[in-house]
Design a protein around this ligand. Structure first.
Ligand code: AMP
Ligand code: ZN
Ligand code: FE
Ligand code: FE
Length: 280
């Protein structure tokens, strides 16, 4: 069984619509794929339709932007109720803050590199959770940089003068909200330090105390020692362990199925989640 529990579509910062992500998962030989767009469940319906049509199992999910003392933390949630008012409120607040933040970043960038809001709006799908990758695409379209990667190591870097933060809930609060919404919270790439600061193990412990279900261990941004340490933490608290690609279509080099999750860990997610996995 090949199981990949972390992918993005044009509902956030992936480059393919949800149905195409599902089709690409079939093409890649996966048996199970989760759609986990940033701060949104808007792709679930389209992905479910494609999964039924193409004969692959779909796990509905999301990747929730969180922030702990200024450090970005990503929390995967599986099988939650997307209408749960508490969770929906936080996600809506984060998405609108992301919009204002993107507008502000465009203004700042435009002082040095010609860029307009229309450039960004033209490249993002309507209603998409806006992120730096959309601004990156606009910078590429304008010829200021060659790729998303180049944009992230220059104009869009966290330490750059054009970087602006956005509202995101505390990860402990987010874990509680995901549980309240019947979801299964899994800490995404907890030690992906190449992309910025990461939180210490004491934050992982606090999230576990709040109901964290699992850790994403096998992810391309984790070194071997990172993975070993995460496996140790998972074993000491009997947590679910996942592995996944964090696929973004052509927006990142991550390939579907490059890391996987065991059927036993998927069974645990299914058993703990209130929502249902879509089976063909
Ligand atoms: P944001 O949440 O808007 O601050 O942007 C962070 C998002 O950009 C993350 O979800 C990453 O998946 C994506 N990202 C980070 N680094 C890169 C990169 N080098 N190329 C493409 N996408 C990236
Ligand atoms: Zn992303
Ligand atoms: Fe992430
Ligand atoms: Fe992701």
């Amino acid at each position: 069984m090949r199981i990949d529990l972390h992918t993005h579509s044009t509902v956030s910062d992936g480059t393919q619509p949800p149905a195409e992500v599902v089709a690409a998962a079939v093409e890649a030989g996966l048996d199970v794929v989760a759609l986990t767009d940033h701060d949104s469940a808007a792709g679930w319906g389209e992905a479910a339709g494609a999964a039924r049509r193409l004969g692959i199992t779909l796990v509905p999910g999301a990747e929730i932007s969180c922030q702990w003392r200024g450090v970005s933390v990503h929390l995967l949630s599986y099988l939650h109720d997307p209408e749960h008012p508490g969770l929906l409120g936080e996600l809506t607040r984060a998405r609108s803050s992301r919009e204002r933040r993107a507008e502000r970043m465009v203004e700042l960038i435009d002082a040095d590199y010609a860029l307009t809001w229309d450039d960004v709006a033209a490249l993002a799908a309507p209603g998409a959770t806006l992120g730096r990758p959309h601004i990156a695409d606009a910078l590429v379209a304008r010829g200021h940089v060659a790729t998303r990667d180049e944009a992230f190591t220059s104009i869009l870097a966290t330490g750059s003068p054009y970087f602006v933060g956005h509202y995101a809930p505390d990860p402990v609060v987010a874990v509680e909200l995901v549980r309240a919404a019947g979801g299964v919270p899994v800490f995404a790439h907890p030690k992906a330090s190449r992309r910025g600061y990461t939180v210490g193990d004491h934050v992982i412990e606090a999230m576990v105390a709040a109901g964290l279900a699992g850790l994403e261990v096998d992810h391309r941004d984790h070194s071997e020692p990172d993975r070993a340490r995460l496996r140790e933490i998972a074993a000491s608290h009997d947590l679910i362990v996942t592995g996944s690609s964090d696929y973004h279509g052509t927006g990142k080099q991550n390939r579907l199925g490059e890391n996987g999750t065991s059927p036993a860990d998927l069974e645990r997610i299914e058993a703990e989640g209130k929502g249902h996995v879509i089976r063909p």
